[in-house]
Design a protein around this ligand. Structure first.
Ligand SMILES: [Zn+2]
Length: 151
C-alpha cells in the first residue's frame, strides 16, 4: 500500500466520526490517532454541541480516548479539518510528528505553524471532508463561528 493510500484509509476513520457527528447535530469534524505501525489507538469527534463542551474537538477527543502513551513521536494524528490553535498546540505539546489533514480549505488553522516547527503535514485535500463541513457551515453558521472563536 502506498503512503497516500495508507493515509486515506486512516482518514476514512476520522471521516466516519465526522459523519456520526453530523447525524448527531454536531460540528462534523472527526479525528483519529494511530501509532507508527498504522494501528488505530482511538478516534473521536467534535462534541461541542452534543456535550455542551467547547473543549471537545475531534483531535482532543481522539487524544483523550487513546489514553496515556509513553511517547508521541511515532504517533499519527489524522483529522478531517486542519487543526485549530488549541489542537495544534496539543500536537506540539505532546510531540506528535505526523499530521494527516483531510482538508484545509474551510479553515487553515495552525498548519503552517506546525510545519515550521517540524511536523510532517500531509494534506489530502478531500472533497468529501470539505463538502461535509461546507454544508454544515451554510446550515449553522452561528455554531461554526462559535467553534472557531469568531463573533
Ligand atoms: Zn481544535
Amino acid at each position: 500500500m502506498t503512503d497516500v493510500a495508507r493515509f486515506q484509509a486512516m482518514l476514512e476513520v476520522a471521516l466516519q466520526e465526522a459523519r456520526t457527528g453530523r447525524s448527531e447535530g454536531g460540528v462534523p469534524i472527526g479525528a483519529a490517532l494511530f501509532d507508527g505501525d498504522g494501528k488505530l489507538l482511538a478516534s473521536g469527534r467534535n462534541r461541542r454541541v452534543q456535550q455542551d463542551d467547547p473543549s471537545v474537538h475531534g483531535e482532543t477527543d481522539a487524544f483523550r480516548r487513546a489514553g496515556r502513551q509513553r511517547s508521541y513521536k511515532d504517533k499519527i494524528m489524522v483529522t478531517t479539518l486542519a487543526p485549530c490553535w488549541y489542537c495544534s498546540g496539543l500536537i506540539r505539546q505532546f510531540g506528535i510528528r505526523t499530521l494527516v489533514v483531510g482538508e484545509s480549505r474551510n479553515f487553515a488553522g495552525g498548519v503552517e505553524w506546525l510545519k515550521e516547527v517540524g511536523v510532517k503535514v500531509i494534506d489530502l485535500d478531500s472533497q468529501e471532508c470539505s463538502d461535509l463541513l461546507t454544508g454544515f457551515i451554510a446550515e449553522k453558521p452561528e455554531i461554526w463561528n462559535e467553534d472557531i472563536g469568531e463573533e
